[in-house]
Design a protein around this ligand. Structure first.
Ligand code: SAH
Length: 251
């Protein structure tokens, strides 16, 4: 119908204009995200702050969520999963205490955002994702954005990545009911496992491997999606399929 043609013209003009306006906006929005959501809540590590300023978070969320990419919360990425709140990504990265060249393992690639932040620190990143579609999408996004320092694969992170161990840090972004023992074994001496632990009530923990044992530190309560796969068989406690899938960290 003739009037449909007329309607499409303003839509096209709007799309082009808002597209070009958005670029500068995103840099500004990211700057605001870092200063208002992250620095003010106490994240100080300059390497982490610089990485959070650089990674284009909007590239890691589905098109429908893009306008919300720099907001202070988690967002759905499909398959019942979420990209974590920016502040939580920053805290977990800071807790990992990585230096350029360190080797880090991430369990739960999801969108690939946390992996990109770890790569911006200069770390050598290994990342495992259980859901095949997310693993494929994240690998594609990371490649498109030039994050060559990330090796991502599909699989169950329960058993870690023995071939690439030991790690300076392991960052887990899905919550198991208890700490998977194989992950602790893959830490270097002095290495740190940053992990949300629990079912409905979870806490963020750091397990540091010392010369003679593991030291555990509790950070604060968090809400992540549950870890799936082998952990559910071995623990029997796994996760309840009806649980909300928002990793909401209250602070
Ligand atoms: N780090 C992600 C957040 C992902 S949410 C990001 O930056 O976007 C947690 C992810 O862990 C989900 O994608 C979920 O599918 C994945 N996951 C759950 N159990 C897992 C397991 N056993 N091994 C690997 N990934 C797992």
């Amino acid at each position: 119908m003739w009037w449909k043609k007329l309607l499409s013209i303003p839509v096209f003009v709007y799309t082009v204009l808002s597209g070009s306006a958005a670029k500068g906006d995103e840099v500004e929005q990211r700057e605001n995200m870092v200063s208002r959501q992250i620095e003010t809540r106490g994240v100080r590590d300059p390497r982490v702050l610089a990485a959070m300023r650089r990674v284009p978070r909007h590239e890691f969320v589905p098109a429908a969520q893009r306008s919300m990419a720099y907001q202070d919360g988690p967002l759905p990425i499909g398959y019942g999963q979420t990209i974590s709140q920016p502040y939580i990504v920053a805290v977990m990265t800071e807790l990992a205490r990585l230096k350029p060249g360190d080797r880090v393992l991430e369990i739960g690639t999801g969108s690939g955002y946390q992996a990109a932040v770890l790569a911006e620190i200069g770390a050598e990143v290994y990342s495992i994702e259980l859901v095949p579609e997310l693993a494929a999408e994240a690998a594609e996004t990371l490649k498109r954005l030039g994050y060559t320092g990330v090796e991502a694969r599909q699989g169950d992170g329960y058993a870690g990545w023995p071939a690439a161990a030991p790690f300076r840090a392991i960052v887990v972004t899905a919550a198991p009911p208890t700490v998977p023992p194989l992950l602790l074994e893959q830490l270097d001496v002095g290495g740190r496992l940053v992990i949300p632990v629990g079912d409905y009530f979870q806490e963020l923990q750091v397990h540091t491997r010392g010369e003679d044992g593991i030291e555990v530190e509790t950070i604060f309560p968090v809400r992540f999606v549950p870890m799936r796969g082998r952990i559910e068989d071995s623990e029997g406690a796994g996760a309840d399929a009806d649980e909300p899938d928002q990793p909401a960290a209250e602070r």
